[in-house]
Design a protein around this ligand. Structure first.
Ligand SMILES: [Zn+2]
Length: 499
């Protein structure tokens, strides 16, 4: 390396999630890594590039443990849908996408996340009918084009949503069942073969973008599929991502289908492990939490989506006490609107307080910041991100302390979690590169992106109109069936005892 690879950030204050108070420091960066954190004005190599950070609070880039880039174009589509109505609509909302559209989704999602202080995410992305090398690498290219880190997990299923909930197909009137019958899933061995190709031919630097595998929802996957996906993830040393017990409907359907909880079922199949990230994990009992902890499995807590879809409140404090690594995610635009990790952190801290008056059980601002940085980093599996320390990657968010959110600046960590809405994000550095510099992207043309989005939305609205007309009339039937299912008293009792 030559001296040209050095940068120094001067004049800022850093807030590391493991230290509660900010410190005035200079940061020396070599290539993509923090080499030294020293006193203001510290000596640096000659000809170093100086990045001014006066009146800036420097925090580690926030890390989004769960999102879906294929829904980045679906902002505002859902008003009062519950989870099952949202999944019902999936085949027209995400239908008829080209591989260019998949790239567009990841660019759009990444732009929003970076603009709001997020530097890495776990993207469970759907490509229909099966993931391809071209499609998934195009998603990765989108993140690289913006300059963001991502784990990209193709979402797959070998059972349709309507088949996944016992009794649901019978509740759909015969003439409407035809529309459902047109939606097919690929055989699981085809999906597994495709993922194997993606893993074997991955052309990118895994420090920035890396592949993973995602049987999307356990109930939508046969046991053979879950086991094959898990084996493949271990063979290639990649992550395994799924949605776990997100809604009460899923929890009850699992009891009917497997005769045990979803978590117990995955554990019995030997799927759980330290390479696994379970999104949501709301409907868990103490035994489920112990199983997750014993296997070193991480959870992605998505408080905004959980409330938006009426799914309930994940038992975060109990999971943490059980020894589970809990990170924070936004989920996607169609179910939590903003890909805003500041909002997700704040909601995580707030919803921990609605279940108990015992303030010692609440998540503190420091807890929420750690979950959204170092805990999420562990979930994604990247080395050396999520903290501002020597030897860590230079993924740094510059917050403008002249912004109203910090007027006055009293307790930095509390204000970052409770006052910040992303409005004070001034610059974002990822791997030593200023991707957002003083409010402007250095990597992409925002107006060009707007034009691409407008064209794609118009084209896909026309292409998906027929499917939408067939599927949408099912929404109230599915919505009401699922509400009715959750009222079955003997099942409810078990969950009341567990919570
Ligand atoms: Zn999700």
């Amino acid at each position: 390396m030559t001296h040209r690879d050095f940068k120094v950030i001067r004049g800022g204050q850093i807030l590391d999630p493991l230290n509660d108070s900010p410190k005035a420091v200079d940061i020396l960066i070599e290539g993509d890594t923090i080499r030294e954190i020293g006193i203001p004005g510290m000596e640096t190599p000659p000809d170093v590039t100086v990045v001014a950070a006066d009146d800036r609070l420097l925090i580690p880039g926030l890390i989004n443990a769960h999102t879906h880039s294929h829904f980045a174009l679906a902002k505002g589509i859902a008003g009062t849908w519950n989870l099952e109505m949202l999944i019902n609509a999936g085949s027209w909302v995400a239908g008829n996408r080209t591989v260019d559209d998949l790239h567009l989704g990841s660019v759009l999602g990444a732009v929003e996340m970076v603009r709001k202080g997020c530097t890495a995410c776990y993207d469970m992305v759907l490509q229909l009918p099966v993931p391809t090398v071209e499609g998934i690498t195009n998603v990765a290219r989108g993140y690289l084009d913006v300059g963001m880190r991502a784990v990209i997990a193709p979402a797959m299923a070998d059972r349709t949503f309507w088949e996944s909930i016992p009794g649901l197909l019978d509740a759909i009137p015969a003439q409407m069942r035809k529309a459902v019958g047109k939606v097919m899933t690929a055989p699981f061995d085809e999906s597994i073969k495709s993922c194997k190709n993606v893993f074997a031919r991955w052309p990118f630097d895994r420090d920035y973008v890396r592949p993973a595998i995602a049987p999307s929802i356990p109930l939508l996957c046969t046991d053979s599929f879950l086991v094959s996906a898990s084996r493949l993830s271990r063979e290639f040393g990649v992550g395994f991502h799924t949605h776990l017990a997100e809604s009460k409907v899923q929890a009850l359907s699992a009891l009917k289908r497997y005769g045990r909880s979803l978590t117990a079922h995955l554990d019995e199949l030997a799927v759980l492990g330290s390479n696994c990230v379970m999104a949501h994990a709301i409907w868990l009992d103490a035994d489920d939490m112990r199983r997750l902890a014993d296997n070193g499995t991480s959870v992605a807590h998505n408080p905004g989506s959980n409330m938006r879809l009426g799914n309930g409140n994940a038992p975060t404090r109990a999971m943490i006490d059980a020894g589970v690594n809990v990170g924070v995610g936004t989920d996607t635009t169609s179910c939590s609107d903003q890909l805003n990790m500041f909002e997700a952190m704040r909601l995580a801290a707030l919803v921990s307080r609605i279940e108990t008056a015992d303030y010692e059980r609440w998540l503190s601002p420091a807890d929420a910041l750690r979950m959204a940085t170092s805990n999420s980093a562990k979930a994604l599996g990247f080395d050396k991100i999520g903290r501002l320390e020597e030897g860590y990657k230079a993924d740094i968010v510059f917050l403008d302390l002249t912004n109203i959110n910090y007027l006055p600046l009293n307790v930095a960590v509390t204000q970052v979690v409770f006052c910040e809405n992303g409005g004070a994000v001034d610059s974002v550095m990822i791997g030593g590169r200023l991707v957002l510099n003083r409010g402007k992207f250095t990597t992409i043309d925002y107006d060009g992106l707007r034009a691409r989005v407008a064209e794609a939305v118009q084209r896909m609205t026309v292409a998906n109109a027929g499917r939408r007309a067939e599927i949408q009339p099912l929404a109230p039937i599915i919505g009401k069936f699922c509400v009715g299912l959750t009222r079955e008293p003997h099942h409810v009792e078990r969950y009341l005892q567990a919570h």
